[in-house]
Design a protein around this ligand. Structure first.
Ligand code: COA
Length: 277
């Protein structure tokens, strides 16, 4: 349900929001939420065509948009994107660290480079963005949101690499909240549950799982708007005294453990193995 109207119109007018991985999915949904409330958006990602489509969507909502082809694993590319953002839209008020990579793989088949790749995109990439945006965030007394995952706090099968990266992100989040609070910078994480229609669901849950809202205590799959609403709240003045928090936005799905995920992922892997034979 589209309920950005719950927030005051213009809540983020004149603010600059920088979103890594902002070309699609949950991150684009968050960007749309901020744009609808008046913010200007800088988005970065690896795929120019995705960024171009996303920029058009955000402009249609009234935002000024700066789109950057930049890989979060490469500090020099991120630094250039952050500098251009500052020059065109002004210093960053909100940084959303959402760029992530994922695939299902049994631990014994995960290669050292596969492990490193996800650590580099998720954990190092989130550090790079936060560290390089620090000066701008000091200027605005800004806010950072990390997009974490349930596997940071409980083992999910075939997700060793992602669990390690996201657990690192949540520890880093608290460290930054502790150290940067004196600059007025707030830092929090959002843990999304199963979100319909996303790349993550396709890779990890399969289409059947999308229909399985009954696995979720609140009885439905999440939407990108559910996650956007949490970000809009956490970055707003009413959350002014909230920092260092991991906020589950998952309809309660994290309460029932990872057994359903594990069974579904095993089925997906078996299907893939069948196809490749
Ligand atoms: N199973 C096992 N290993 C895999 C894999 C899979 N499904 N997909 C990639 N890898 C391994 C590769 O084999 C490689 O390791 P190797 O050199 O030992 O063979 C390593 O991971 C890097 O793969 P590569 O394709 O070169 O990385 P990339 O930087 O081009 O892509 C990924 C990064 C792998 C995370 C890719 O899936 C991606 O770009 N994802 C972005 C979108 C996404 O994941 N969205 C969902 C977010 S929840």
């Amino acid at each position: 349900m589209e309920t950005h109207g719950f927030f005051p119109a213009g809540l983020y007018r004149g603010k600059t929001v920088f979103v890594t991985g902002g070309g699609s999915g949950i991150n684009l949904g968050i960007a749309r939420g901020f744009a609808a409330l008046g913010a200007n958006l800088a988005i970065c990602g690896r795929t120019q065509s995705k960024l171009d489509g996303a920029a058009k969507e955000l402009e249609a909502l009234g935002a000024r948009v700066s789109a950057h082809a930049a890989d979060v694993r490469k500090p020099e590319e991120l630094a250039a994107a952050l500098t251009t953002c500052r020059e065109t839209l002004g210093p960053i008020d909100v940084l959303i660290c959402g760029a992530a990579g994922n695939f299902l793989v049994p631990a014994e088949r995960l290669s050292p480079n596969g492990f490193k790749t996800v650590i580099d995109i998720d954990l190092l990439g989130s550090f790079n963005a936060s560290r390089l945006a620090f000066d701008q965030l000091v200027e605005t007394r800004g806010t950072i949101i990390f997009i974490s995952a349930g596997m940071a706090h409980m083992p999910y099968a075939y997700q060793l690499h992602v669990g390690a990266a996201k657990a690192g992100i949540d520890r880093m989040m608290q460290n930054l909240a502790l150290e940067w609070g004196r600059h007025g910078i707030r830092v929090n994480s959002i843990v999304p549950g199963p979100i319909a229609g996303t790349e993550g669901m396709k890779r990890l849950g399969g289409v059947d799982h999308e229909r399985r809202g009954s696995d979720v205590p609140l009885g439905r799959m999440g939407t990108v708007e559910d996650i956007a609403h949490a970000a809009l709240f956490l970055c707003s003045p009413v959350a002014d005294w909230i920092t260092g928090v991991v906020l589950n936005v998952d309809g309660g799905s994290g309460l029932s453990g990872s057994a359903n995920f594990n069974a579904n992922a095993a089925r997906l892997l078996a299907e893939e193995a069948g196809k490749s034979q």
